[in-house]
Ligand binder design. Sequence first.
Ligand code: SF4
Ligand code: SF4
Length: 336
Amino acid sequence: MENRLPRRKFIQQMIIGSLSVPTLLELMTSSLLAITETPKQPIIWLQGQSSGIHRSGIWSYPGFHSYISEHFSILSADTPNLNSIALELSDRGKQHILILDGYFSDDLDDPINNLLKDLIVISRAVILLGNEAAYCSKKPEGFLNLETELLHLVETPFLKLPGNPVPIRHLVGSLNHMILYDFPKLDEHRRPVMFYSQRICERCQFRGDFEQGNFVRYFGQKEGCLYWLGCKGPITRNSCAIEKWNGTSTWCVSAGSPCTGCSEPDYPDNNGLGLFGQISSESAPINSFFIRNSSTLAQGAFAVTVSGVAIHAISRKTSSSLKDESYFNISEDENV
Ligand code: SF4
Ligand code: SF4
């Protein structure tokens, strides 16, 4: 294809976040139009059981719906004659990309269960979209582990786009890479490295606060690193800090919520820490004096907090005894 963006530059721009979703959609359009023998890249998007969180964010992105219906053939589990369409696709060779989104039944009588293995075998590549499909080792009973029960048994390449939700840029960027170049390079969890190579902390707006030990201590406190509130930024790889939510200017950390590690395989358990448990300084590979010494600092802060609470309690007791001793007397001070 002539005048196309060199692959190296494309990847660099994906990593630094300079290729917006509208630009990626344009890139795909021009590359698809240049492939005269296959005017439409067939995609089969099979939707299993899921909260639908990925679909709603992706499909409601301005322009995505019209773009995709113009340039792709989308099938779903509800598509009439799905079996015969799949048969027709297999005659055309490995052209289509299969997107699996959600949990799929392990019941052999389920029509999609019957079709899945055949569809995977005849696909050019498979994308496991969202945590249900990507990390289905944690599936509820009655559903397939797509990776071990199907994908490991065939040669079709597959990648994972985890996250809760999956950013649209990850999907459009991966499709672009497959159409413009080849299969993208993956990390140890089969995630494209162009999106999942850097830890959240590395590009977080509060990285300076992290280094300087400027930590917020309670939810709602503004401007500061959320490490003490259980932020999993030091151990989570994703591009949220540059990509933000749906092309807007905000994302979890900037909205005051610690990163909960939603794109990592052990989410939401996070090795027993849950969503808001603080990771230890040993498991935070980002080098920072304050993190390395966080247990000592935390103990110091705890001691300071305990004394603060004690002093506050004594002063309140004194002041309330000067008033009326009511336990339900809310002072202005408590509303702060
Ligand atoms: S710990 Fe969280 S808030 Fe602090 S720098 Fe890392 S990602 Fe940002
Ligand atoms: S900041 Fe963390 S929790 Fe939020 S979307 Fe990114 S990876 Fe998920």
